[in-house]
Design a protein around this ligand. Structure first.
Ligand code: IMP
Ligand code: MG
Length: 185
């Protein structure tokens, strides 16, 4: 697997440091909502799984977790094919403060789909957090409350991000050799 890596874009150490900062920032904002504000964390599966796991373990506040599975890069594709909600396990989000967590903001289609859906379900507020934001015009048009890193417009894997469902378990965020993108397709 390591032979497939072209270069490490963001090391596990830098990720860990930034995840800690994001957690402290989110917790401070949450405190400003006042006593009794209830939060539900909604990781967008599958990509946000690892980021969310690390993030919420550094957030010492009462929270529930709801799940949404959104697919936009089915199989061996490296460009968004349009976001689609595949599965929803949200329980009751009415009158709750929602924090949507995703691995990466690319075309913005996922957030454009998910945020209005949660508002329609009666959430008191919907905030958004992504670990990565790609430097491309489409991503700049979507306002995100908490961004970990801005990265160049390249296809990356690791720390939850996949190519054809592989590489999610890599601890760093990396780019792959071009030959790999062809052979794992
Ligand atoms: P968007 O809907 O185009 O903003 O893309 C969001 C989703 O596409 C993310 O949740 C990822 O699952 C996937 N995605 C976007 N860019 C990449 C990438 O560079 N590598 C792996 N997955 C990506
Ligand atoms: Mg995803």
């Amino acid at each position: 697997m390591h032979a497939d890596i072209d270069r490490i874009l963001i090391s596990r150490e830098r990720i860990a440091e930034r995840v800690g900062q994001l957690a402290r920032w989110i917790v401070a904002d949450h405190a400003a909502l006042g006593d009794g504000a209830e939060i539900t964390i909604v990781p967008i599966l599958t990509g946000a799984m690892i980021f969310c796991g690390d993030l919420i373990r550094q957030m010492p506040i009462a929270m529930k977790i709801g799940l949404m599975t959104v697919s936009s890069y089915p199989g061996a594709t490296v460009a968004s094919q349009g976001a689609q909600v595949i599965q929803r396990q949200l329980a009751n989000v009415k009158d709750r403060h929602i924090l949507v967590i995703d691995d990466i903001l690319d075309s913005g289609n996922t957030m454009r789909l998910v945020v209005p859906t949660l508002r329609d379900l009666g959430a008191s507020s919907v905030r958004t957090c992504v670990l990565l934001k790609k430097d491309r015009p489409a991503a700049r048009e979507v306002a995100i409350d908490y961004v970990g890193f801005e990265i160049p417009d390249e296809f990356v894997v690791g720390y939850g991000l996949d190519y054809n469902d592989y590489y999610r378990n890599l601890p760093d965020i990396v780019t792959l050799h071009r030959r790999v993108l062809e052979s794992r397709a």
